[in-house]
Design a protein around this ligand. Structure first.
Ligand SMILES: NC(=O)c1ccc[n+]([C@@H]2O[C@H](COP(=O)([O-])OP(=O)(O)OC[C@H]3O[C@@H](n4cnc5c(N)ncnc54)[C@H](OP(=O)(O)O)[C@@H]3O)[C@@H](O)[C@H]2O)c1
Length: 257
């Protein structure tokens, strides 16, 4: 059983829905002081979680979030860079404008870079901290029709995470990547609905098309909690020698180990 330290301060970006919410709930149920960010406030205020409104695709947001956390708690123990989405249209290289590329780059890569940069001086001073960057299996297995710029931004996140882990290992800070496959979240369900509408097929047919395209040996999508379970282990003291690694939670979808 993982050992999560009660009272630790944990930031989960995009912590109001889907995977981020499952992580936030798991950590706050374990007694951590959880801060969640999103563009819109959650309808129900989860007890024990502090909400900061921020669009992390914009450069100034990360510093504002960091300032508010440090003023309120005076420390930061865990950063989960989870806010992300595929913001580009389907259709391969010719469908992608500079703006599409930049949008995916800002949200899926630069948001994590900026949040970490704003909070790392405090972790370094503390000589402790854990960072988890949420990537995707599509960073190693891009689907050109759908994920070209999103996969590229997440692949950059993977490489950046490795470099950061190398830089921070001797300073008591661990950095890892968690790469989900397909997860049943609001983002995924919206994607399937849009695909159904644009292709003139039913939602069930679109769901099956996604599953067939990704190829999931376990034959189902993950529940957000199944990603949160891995994250909870990686931030716990049980994982204290694990850094610089990328873990898949994908029902076997990766073609190689
Ligand atoms: N679902 C999957 O199958 C899957 C697979 C692989 C990887 N992932 C990755 O897992 C992460 C979470 O995905 P999810 O499926 O849980 O997404 P989701 O259900 O759409 O939830 C995303 C969360 O991020 C917030 N968010 C979105 N855009 C934001 C922005 N610009 N600034 C700040 N917060 C923002 C959302 O709140 P607001 O909308 O209110 O801002 C929400 O809290 C993403 O990084 C995604 O790339 C997902």
């Amino acid at each position: 059983m993982e050992t999560l330290s009660k009272g630790q301060v944990a930031l989960i970006t995009g912590g109001t829905k889907g995977i981020g919410k499952a992580i936030a709930d798991k950590l706050s149920n374990a007694g951590m002081q959880v801060v969640v960010t999103a563009r819109t406030a959650p309808k129900e205020n989860t007890t024990g979680q502090y909400f900061i409104s921020a669009d992390l695709a914009y450069p100034d947001s990360a510093e504002r979030v960091a300032k508010e956390i440090l003023e309120k708690y005076g420390r930061i123990d865990i950063i989960i860079n989870n806010a992300g989405a595929n913001l580009s249209p389907a259709g391969g290289f010719s469908a992608l404008s500079d703006e599409h590329w930049n949008n995916n780059w800002q949200l899926n890569f630069m948001s994590a870079v900026r949040v970490n940069k704003a909070l790392l001086p405090t972790m370094i001073e503390q000589k402790s901290g854990v960072i988890i960057n949420i990537s995707t299996g599509a960073a190693k297995q891009p689907i050109w029709e759908m994920t070209m710029s999103y996969s590229s931004a997440k692949a950059a996140l993977n490489v950046y995470s490795k470099a950061l882990a190398n830089e921070l290992g001797a300073k008591g800070i661990r950095v890892n990547v968690v790469s989900p496959g397909v997860v049943e979240t609001p983002l995924m369900l919206e994607f399937i609905e849009n695909m159904a509408k644009s292709s003139g097929i039913t939602s069930d047919e679109a769901f099956k098309a996604v599953m067939d395209k990704v190829g999931v040996p376990m034959g189902r999508m993950a529940e957000p909690e199944e990603v949160a379970n891995l994250v909870a282990f990686l931030v716990s003291s049980e994982a204290k020698y694990i850094t610089g690694t990328n873990y898949s939670v994908d029902g076997g979808a990766s073609p190689t180990t």
